[in-house]
Each structure stands twice: as C-alpha cells, then as structure tokens.
Ligand binder design. Structure first.
Ligand SMILES: *Cc1c(COP(=O)(O)O)cnc(C)c1O
Length: 384
C-alpha cells in the first residue's frame, strides 16, 4: 500500500472501532417517504422532505419545463452569465414570503452559510453561536477569521454574559442560531435573542432550514403570530420542505448587494441548474398557498409523541437519545426489520454520548404508519 492508502486505512480503522463508520447506500424513492434499499421496501422517517414536495407532480413538471426552456446546466457563475431569469423570480418570491427587502439564492444551504458569514464578520469581529448550530454555520465562522465563541444551547443568560464581557472589545458582533435545531427538533427563543441582539447592537442570523414550510404557516421561526420578528438575516434551504435544492439568505437590499459582491461560495461557483430553480419556485408557491399542508408535519410528529407519551414536539423532528453509537445502530437495525428506516445519528454530528435515532415527520406519512412505528419503538424497548 502506498502512504496515501495507508493513511486512509489507519484513519478508517479508528472510526470503525468507535462504531462511527458511515456509508452511502443507494436508496430509491417510490414516494415521498416510501423507499427501496437492497431490494426491500421501507417507510422512511429519516428524510427532510417535510411536505412530500420532492415527489409532487407539479414541482417535477416545473423542473422539467425549466430544463426544456433553459437547458440542463447554468454554464457559468451567477455573476457571469449563469444568472438565468428564473433566479430573479425566485429571489423576489423568497424576499416577499420572508417579509424582507431582498434575497440571494446560493447553491445549497451549506454554501449559503460558508459564504455569508465571512462577508459579515472578519478579523476584529466577534461571532457568538449556539453550541448546537448546524455544522455549516461553524464552518462559516471558522472561515471568517472572526473571534468566535459558543454559548450554551438556548441559554440566553449565557449569551448575555458573553455579550457583556466581549461586546466592547469587538467592532461588530454576529449571533448565530438555528431556528429549529436539526438533531434535537427544539426551537430557539428567536424573539428573546432578537431583543438581546438589538440591545447590544449585534446582528442576528437565524438558520431556518427546518422551519421553512413547517413553522408558522410555512414562513419559519422568524415569525410569531403572523408578525415578523426583527431578524435581519434569515437563512434557509430549498433542499428540505421546498422539495428542491439550494440555499438562500433574506435581508435588507443593501446587505444582499454586499453579499452578492463578496460571498466567495456564490462568486466562484457555477449557478444552479435551471431545473432546480424552476422546481424551487413551484415548491415555494405550494408552501405559500397551503398553510394547512404546512401544519401537517408537526401534527404527525405530535401523533407519534402522544402515542409514546413523549412531550409535544416543537417541530417535525423528534430525537430519541440512546447515548452510545452502538445502541443507536442496533435500534436502527431493529426498526429496519419492522420496515422502518430511521437513521442513527452519531458523533460528530451530535455531541459524544448522545447518539440517537432522529425521527422526522412529513405530511406524506400515513397516520397508520406513525402508529405502527410508535408500536415498534415501544416493543423494541426504545422509549422509556
Ligand atoms: C440541512 C441543513 C443545512 C444545509 O442545507 P443544504 O441545502 O442541505 O446544504 C443548513 N443548516 C441546517 C440547520 C440544516 O439542517
């Protein structure tokens, strides 16, 4: 073996002894939550397709139509000739839905965070991030070269303490939080963080990847009783409830202008294929027009929780923490035997000692499947 293969083998052995080895497994979809893997059919509770829109005939048709009209690929960066006309439509739609002046669409949610954060914070600035923020917010913070610190999960007192201690020594402060936490399913106290941010002249950026299409009639966690909370930077993804692919940031027009001029993950990468933009437009349109559909994922999660006697969910995501990676793997295999696909989530995606099953619920799930799943969880002794 050459040194490169030796290096890889040594690293992998380490990963395997800790029960953390992962693999990509070909999985075909025959419906939004019906999947086929290794010749067997399963009901999946692992996807983020919260409204089933990735399989919606209108969304698929809109994607096809855009490809027919504009071609298979964009052919260039958005700042060169890749900015086909659908982008403008999509950005206007996002801005309106998010009650913001403007929006900018990126290649993915990940690319949005690693692009936007370094535009807004750099050397001499401070970033304060919730400990359970998504990996790509931390990646953006690392890239920014700002001084960054984490505050305890959803702990406003800790956040205030850090602002008190460090605000003065820094030029600007960016506060990062998820709206819905992707591995825990709980929500950030967005209103309270926003008030705190204002008091300290800090800028709040909320990653609402799991809020769009699910929370507050689909408008996300930056809204409360139909009113927009003061969140100057609303980030999200088109890859989950919208059923398509891509990421976005919604903000004031001048901020979006700066982002378009500076975000490296926008400037130095090819624009999204037209089909993806076409599908996103249709997905968002369905979300906007169907508040009832948007309420379904949390209702489904609530049915699961009620059946198991768990606390009511705050989102479409329900974790069952099993501590060690091996326990999560065994639970995954057990539920698989019962016909359910519920992926184990292990470190480093979640903190050490908190490996878990993460159940995600979609409007596309049948109530009977949810009750059957809860029965299997009980029978397998997974819920206390
Ligand atoms: C999925 C996710 C992202 C990344 O979005 P993609 O469009 O899949 O790249 C960002 N933040 C959070 C909280 C997520 O769950």
């Amino acid at each position: 073996m050459d040194s490169l293969s030796k290096f890889a083998a040594r690293k992998l052995a380490e990963i395997k002894t800790r029960g953390l080895h992962r693999q990509t497994i070909a999985t075909a979809h025959s419906g939004a939550v019906q999947v086929k893997r290794g010749g067997k059919e399963y009901v999946s509770f692992s996807g983020n397709d919260y409204l089933g829109l990735s399989q919606h005939p209108d969304v698929i048709a809109a994607g096809n139509k855009a490809a027919e009209k504009y071609g298979a690929g964009a052919g260039a960066s958005r700042l060169i000739t890749g900015d086909h006309p659908l982008y403008e439509k999509l950005e206007k739609k996002i801005a309106r839905f998010k009650a913001a002046e403007a929006a900018c669409v990126f290649g993915s949610g990940y690319l949005t965070n690693v692009g936007v954060i370094p535009v807004l914070a750099g050397e001499g600035d401070l970033i304060l991030a919730d400990r359970l923020c998504h990996a790509c917010m931390f990646a953006g913070a690392e890239l920014s070269k700002a001084n960054y610190k984490v505050f305890r999960h959803n702990d406003l007192d800790h956040l205030e303490e850090l602002l008190d201690r460090f605000r003065k020594a820094h030029r600007q402060v960016l506060i990062l939080t998820d709206g819905v936490f992707s591995m825990d399913g709980d929500r950030a106290p967005v209103r309270a963080i926003s008030d705190l941010a204002r008091r300290y002249d800090a800028w709040l950026m909320v990653d609402d990847a799991h809020g769009l299409g699910v929370v507050e009639k689909g408008r996300g966690t930056s809204f409360e009783k139909g009113q927009k909370i003061d969140v100057p930077l609303q980030m999200g993804t088109l890859s989950k409830a919208a059923g398509s692919y891509g990421g976005y940031i919604a903000a004031d027009a001048v901020v979006i202008d700066l982002i378009k001029n500076r975000a490296r993950s926008l400037i130095y990468t090819t624009a999204l294929p037209p089909a993806v933009i076409g599908a996103s437009l249709k997905g968002l349109e369905i979300i906007e027009k169907n508040p009832k559909l948007c309420a379904e994922p949390i209702k489904k999660a609530a049915l699961f929780c009620k059946t198991l006697g768990l606390p009511a969910p705050q989102s479409s995501i329900v974790p069952l923490v099993l501590a060690e990676p091996e326990a999560a793997l065994q639970a995954f295999e057990a539920l698989k035997e019962d016909g359910f696909l519920v992926h184990p989530i292990r470190p480093p995606t979640v903190p050490e000692g908190t490996a878990r099953l993460r159940f995600s619920f979609s409007a596309a799930h049948d109530d009977e499947d949810i009750v059957r799943l809860a029965g299997a969880v009980q029978r397998r002794g997974l819920a206390k």
